[in-house]
Write a protein that binds this ligand. Structure first.
Ligand code: FAD
Ligand code: SIN
Length: 527
């Protein structure tokens, strides 16, 4: 019988932190789709926000997070994040994470919508990679943790209303297998890949949200997608992120005529919230008839740029652009999903036995728009909390009763998302469910995505198309503009009607709830 005590799906910041917590009480298997260090976390650049500097306060970080969230943050979840953040970052430093320092003291940078310099960074612009390195090293010290790389989970097993395990591809045997556990922690990260233009790596296909939904768990706020304003847009180059920290350190946006333009759109200029900067860039691209605008750092000290942003500097050089001398062509791309599997503040989903942490979740921390650099912190804090709850909640007596299927052969198509469907979904989502949305286009996208999900050839393709369908459905449902959701046909925020969260659950109509973390206090209602 293929069983363990706890399964963690995903090896980004949330999964690794949850696994370390769980290893204190039992055997843990980490299943991850690609290499252990392939994840959104690995590519995080700007840093991790934490109220640790001398001139910062917990209350200010809470306030900035609530302001960014555009009226939809869950205040309890935000307080947990910000109040517990310093403890988990300090712990990570004790575990070996090396954040950049000036004269021995931690160095903090600034990003949009933060009222203080509160972003810790590592290797200049390689923060995520340092977090993965230190967490992997810590997890490898635990004999209770087993790593299974290149093992894609295809679905969750549910028995008598409880999540009891997973179905996954065993890469060594090339078999479709099942594994049972007392509790499962979902930490599969984001879904940027459902859009044609994204900063996210290939693994970020939103599988966890789709699998949880298919298993009966509630998902929330999927309409809220954050588009990052400054993503490399040079012909032939990948959509490589140009960190917000570049603007935090003084980088300016210019149009084709060389004019700075952000002042025409928002008094906070380059440091306005991401949704505003992204839409301003698109407006400027439309106005000037160009495919991009420029990010200009040429007025900053060249030595400073080399040392503060070494990865960005080297990557741009590879495509013939020198950030110290050239203005860099940029345009927005899908970056982060604020919605996800609904959890309480301890990572419990609405499906007993299933816990979740990190970008796959909707904890209510981000509301309608995430404050820059809050998600690495979220992964750490809520990864630990989800692990703790999974360990300490009452569990079923034995795993023997679980009826797991014997391993079976995999058909070749099960290994990948059907490439044609992948391409079609990405194009549809970018054109009709992207940065600027319209009711008519959303309806058209929804019809086609429903067909694509229904005719999917295998479970990976079905998960991918289903998630896209859920995002389109939620975007069509919300007839207002707020945070990461902009409707051209409903351009204003409407608090009297829409200060609610969307919830979607299998075989039920899309509904509204008032609060994310208070599961029992409310029944979903239709709008
Ligand atoms: P991830 O780190 O994405 O990990 C998900 C894991 O799940 C991966 O290991 C993946 O392979 C695995 N997985 C997925 N599907 C399956 C499956 N079906 N079966 C098995 N395994 C699966 N945030 C910040 O706070 N600061 C930043 O500076 C920052 N910069 C960013 C830069 C870039 C380019 C990107 C893309 C994101 C950035 N973010 C940043 C966002 C942040 O990196 C992510 O939100 C965060 O790292 C998510 O962590 P996670 O553990 O939830 O998911
Ligand atoms: C960035 O470095 O601009 C990304 C930060 C984030 O997404 O939080």
């Amino acid at each position: 019988m293929n069983t363990t005590d706890y399964i963690v799906i995903g090896s980004g910041v949330a999964g690794l932190r949850a696994a370390v917590e769980l290893s204190r009480g039992g055997r843990v298997v980490i299943l991850t789709k690609d290499r252990l260090d392939e994840s959104n976390t690995e590519y995080a650049q700007g840093g991790v926000a934490v109220a640790l500097s001398d001139d910062d306060e917990i209350a200010l970080h809470v306030e900035d997070t609530l302001n960014a969230g555009a009226g939809l943050c869950d205040e309890l979840a935000v307080r947990v994040l910000v109040e517990e953040g310093p403890r988990y970052i300090t712990e990570l430093i004790e575990w070996g994470a090396e954040f950049d320092r000036t004269d021995g003291a931690l160095a903090f940078t600034r990003e949009a919508a933060h009222s203080r310099r509160r972003i810790l960074h590592a290797g200049g612009d390689s923060t995520g990679s340092e977090i993965v390195r230190s967490l992997l090293a810590r997890a490898r010290q635990e004999p209770n943790i087993t790593f299974l790389a290149h093992a894609a989970t295809l679905g969750l097993l549910v028995d008598d209303g409880r999540c009891i395990g997973v179905e996954y591809i065993d890469p060594h045997e090339s078999l479709l297998c099942q594994m049972g556990a007392k509790a499962i922690v979902l930490a599969t990260g984001g879904a940027g890949q459902v859009f044609a233009q994204t900063t996210n790596p290939d693994v970020a296909t939103g599988d966890g949200i789709a699998m949880a939904y298919a298993a009966g768990a509630m998902v929330c706020d999927l309409e809220f997608i954050q588009f990052h304003p400054t993503v490399l847009s040079a012909p032939g180059a990948p959509r490589f992120l140009l960190s917000e920290a570049l603007r935090g350190e003084g980088g300016r946006l210019r149009n084709d005529a060389g004019e700075t333009f952000m002042k025409n759109y928002d008094e906070r200029e380059e440091l306005a919230p991401r949704d505003i900067v992204s839409r301003s860039i698109v407006a400027e691209m439309v106005r000037t008839g160009r495919q991009w605008v420029y990010l200009d750092m040429t007025h900053l000290d060249a030595n400073f740029l080399h040392t503060r942003f070494p990865k960005i500097h080297l990557t741009c050089l590879r495509y013939g652009l020198d950030i110290t001398k050239d203005q860099i062509p940029v345009s927005p791309a899908a970056h982060y999903i604020m919605g996800g599997v609904r959890t309480d503040s301890e990572g419990r989903t609405s499906l007993p036995g299933l816990y979740a942490a990190g970008e796959v979740t909707c904890t209510g921390v981000h509301g309608a728009n995430r404050l820059a650099s809050n998600s690495l912190l979220e992964g750490l804090v809520f990864g630990a909390r989800a692990g703790f709850a999974a360990l300490h909640d009452p569990q079923p007596a034995g795993l023997e009763a679980f009826q797991l299927r014997q391993p079976a052969d995999i058909s070749p198509s099960d290994w990948v998302i059907d490439p044609q469907t992948r391409f079609r979904v990405q194009e549809l989502m970018w054109r009709k469910v992207g940065l600027i949305r319209k009711g008519g286009e959303l309806s058209e996208a929804l019809v086609e995505l429903t067909d694509l999900a229904a005719s999917a050839l295998n479970s990976r393709t079905r998960n991918f198309a289903s998630l896209a369908r859920l995002i389109a459905e939620a975007a069509l449902w919300r007839e207002e503009s707020r945070g990461g959701h902009y409707r051209d046909d409903f351009p204003l925020r409407n608090d009297s009607h829409w200060r609610v969260h969307s919830t979607q659950q299998l075989d039920q109509p899309i509904c509204a709830v008032q609060s994310i973390s208070a599961f029992d206090a409310q029944t979903p209602r239709t709008i």
